[in-house]
Design a binder for this molecule. Structure first.
Ligand code: ZN
Length: 295
């Protein structure tokens, strides 16, 4: 039997695809802790060398770009977070954590969260389900060993959430995922229409440094927005989130945002956010726990 084209699918088929993983009830709380008007959840995906490695790209020239993230970017990010006393979440592929165990210890010592981000930044959609599961379990064990506590959240590498990711997330007993985009505010994930108790902390490419600032020498990819313009977009996102009494979530990468001119723009944004005084800074795990408890 030849495979049906999507336009030939019966209603059951397209409904089944859509229902597999779906947004359930909104978990936006009536109020944030301490009377804050907006929650700010900053995250950094410490991918470093795993971006080229996952594609089998082993040239020192490519790897050095990732190495910058650990050697320069991450310490700079940590200093900035310390200055504003902001707890953040660091999503780290296990191979990156094994390459930089001291960095994991620095995150933990500063009170930040370390959470799952794959084994070697693998593309889940191209893996067998058994391989995706095995890599996720191995990554959880590795992060637990290096960070001293077991991770409670996951961000799939490249937000590549497969048909099997939710089942693996449940098997691992994780409390939240941060890879999906069905809302601005936290929500509960449904699996085939059933509530899972797992919180989604939604992401968006708009609130990610990579699409604006990445550069590929031999490809067509070029940075298309100056860093201060990126900060301007994020400032509008924050202002509107505050207006809504909601969540402002950001995804950044030490090897991308960690450069001097970009840190200047991020600093300007944090000055703006911090100037309001009615902000609750929290890790993704803290946001997930709080919104579930309030629901
Ligand atoms: Zn990543």
């Amino acid at each position: 039997m030849t495979e049906q084209q999507p336009w030939q699918w019966g209603e059951q088929t397209w409904r089944r695809h859509v229902e597999r993983v779906r947004a359930g009830r909104s978990l936006r709380p009536a109020a944030w802790p301490g009377g804050a008007r907006v929650a700010v959840a900053l995250s950094f995906d410490s991918d470093h060398e795993t971006i080229p490695l996952r594609d089998g790209e082993t040239r020192p020239g490519k790897l050095a770009q990732g190495e910058y993230g650990s050697r320069v970017g991450a310490p700079r990010v940590l200093r900035l977070l310390e200055r504003y006393r902001i707890p953040a979440s660091f999503f780290m592929p296990a191979v990156s954590a094994l390459l930089h165990p001291g960095e994991v210890r620095d995150y933990v010592a500063a009170g930040h969260e370390v959470a799952l981000h794959g084994w070697i930044h693998e593309r889940n959609m191209s893996l067998d389900p058994a391989d995706e599961r095995e890599l996720a379990l191995r990554a959880a064990d590795t992060l637990e060993r290096l960070a001293g506590t077991r991770p409670v959240g996951i961000r799939t590498p490249s937000w590549d959430f497969s048909d099997h990711t939710l089942a693996i997330t449940r098997e691992l007993g994780l409390r939240y995922d941060s890879s999906l985009m069905a809302d601005d505010e936290p929500y509960e994930l449904l699996a085939d229409g059933e509530p899972t108790g797992i919180v989604e902390i939604p992401v968006e490419w708009i609130r990610d440094d990579a699409p604006y600032l990445m550069m590929e020498r031999y490809g067509a990819l070029r940075p298309y927005t100056p860093p201060r313009d990126v900060a301007g977009i994020w400032r509008d996102e924050f202002d509107a989130a505050r207006e809504d009494g909601g969540l402002f979530q950001l995804t950044m990468h030490p090897h991308i945002i960690g450069h001097r001119s970009r840190m200047a723009a991020l600093t300007e944004l944090l000055d703006h956010i911090d100037g309001h005084g009615d902000v609750w800074y929290a890790t993704h795990a803290q946001v997930a726990d709080y919104v579930l408890e309030q629901s």
